[in-house]
Design a protein around this ligand. Structure first.
Ligand SMILES: [Zn+2]
Length: 375
């Protein structure tokens, strides 16, 4: 009986995947052009230094990823775990969907020996871009964007995360992993590896998922997808725990992994941009964001700007009734929170220390941020 239920479930799942066929969408093709040039992001990753357990580089990268996530409109959730005496942190950004089943979009941010511009600054760029660009769009599935630490220590961060989602009963549709997407400068970067699970009982579903992602590369990018096997990255703990996975990896071999030469000058920026565009198209399709949602993404920002003004230490919110606002300091600590009830809502910020603050405005699924400087 149990066997029959499993088979029936499998058939239903397979039918869902197959019926949900892919065809070219001009709106998706236009939307993925919003992917930014990765140069500044990767320069910052390089400046932040070596990101091994116990280094200041790892701590600074953690702080910086949190900061840019807040600027992108998220309230980062931080989960800690231990590596002997060091405390390490995973960062999770949640974009709610209309369905409580989640798609996990993941990349590790720790490095080994070198500064890790390709391994895995490029994966962080992919996750960050997708989180930022999809923030205000209504999706069927909830999307959890995760930056893992401790990957280079044996997937410690992803093992810890799997333990947490299991104990909290989080429903997972699949996990998508990004590791080393930069391409190698001077090599053949015309292809991208779409990686699937070839060993677990989920291998058929992983293959179907990976084929769909590969298809998006054929439809929307200049890269030729090549199906390959998932190994040695953060999807391993997910495969071990019975989740469906897929992942992206660069095609050309990269001779600088885990060396001090894992630097911006050794990767191919155009390949990375193209890889992120394809992944974004796939995520739009798989999270079931409606085609029409992709046009006019500013529709929930009143008059195309955030109506928040700072004058003489007083913050004024205009015509934002029903919005919830949160004020965070530079480190991401919540300072103040309130729901706006009247057309002109004012709050004094004179009592706060000098520095940069972020104001997060939210209403239903939509939100935006504004940066202010108190001096
Ligand atoms: Zn890696």
């Amino acid at each position: 009986m149990i066997k029959r239920i499993i088979i029936l479930n499998l058939i239903t799942l397979l039918a869902n995947w197959v019926l949900n066929a892919q065809s070219y969408s001009k709106n998706i093709a236009d939307f993925i052009k919003k992917v930014e040039n990765p140069y500044n992001f990767l320069s910052k990753i390089e400046t932040l230094g070596i990101k091994m357990s116990g280094t200041t580089g790892l701590d600074s990268t953690f702080e910086w990823l949190k900061k840019i996530s807040i600027e992108a409109g998220y309230m980062p959730k931080v989960y800690y775990f231990m590596n002997t005496t060091d405390t390490l942190y995973n960062i999770e950004l949640v974009k709610n969907g209309t369905n409580d089943s989640s798609i996990l979009v993941c990349a590790h941010y720790d490095s080994w020996v070198g500064k890790g511009v390709n391994d895995n600054g490029t994966g962080n760029f992919a996750v960050y871009q997708m989180a930022k660009l999809l923030k205000n769009l209504k999706s069927k599935y909830t999307i959890r964007f995760i930056f893992f630490s401790g990957e280079e220590l044996g997937f410690k961060g992803s093992y810890d995360y799997v333990k947490r989602i299991k104990s909290n009963g989080i429903k997972v549709k699949f996990m998508l992993n990004f590791d080393q997407l930069g391409g190698t400068a001077g090599f053949d970067n015309s292809k991208v590896k779409c990686e699937k699970d070839e060993q677990s009982s989920n291998k058929i579903l992983s293959e179907l998922l990976t084929n769909k992602i590969a298809n998006c590369y054929s439809i929307y990018t200049t890269l030729t997808p090549q199906i390959s096997q998932a190994y040695l990255s953060d999807y391993i703990p997910f495969i071990d725990s019975g989740y469906i996975i897929s992942g992206l990896y660069q095609y050309a071999s990269y001779p600088y992994t885990h060396t001090t030469d894992d630097l911006l000058k050794n990767i191919d920026i155009n390949t990375l941009t193209e890889t992120v565009k394809g992944a974004l198209a796939a995520l739009i399709f798989l999270s079931e964001i409606k085609d029409t949602e992709l046009v006019n993404t500013n529709k929930y920002i009143i008059n195309n700007k955030i109506n928040v003004y700072l004058t003489n230490g007083v913050l004024r919110f205009e015509n934002l009734v029903g919005f919830n606002y949160k004020i965070f300091d530079y480190s991401g600590n919540l300072i103040e929170e309130n729901i706006i009830q009247i057309n002109i809502h004012e709050t004094s910020v004179k009592q706060y220390a000098k520095g940069i603050y972020f104001i997060l405005l939210q209403k239903e699924l939509y939100c935006d941020t504004k940066k202010i400087f108190l001096h």
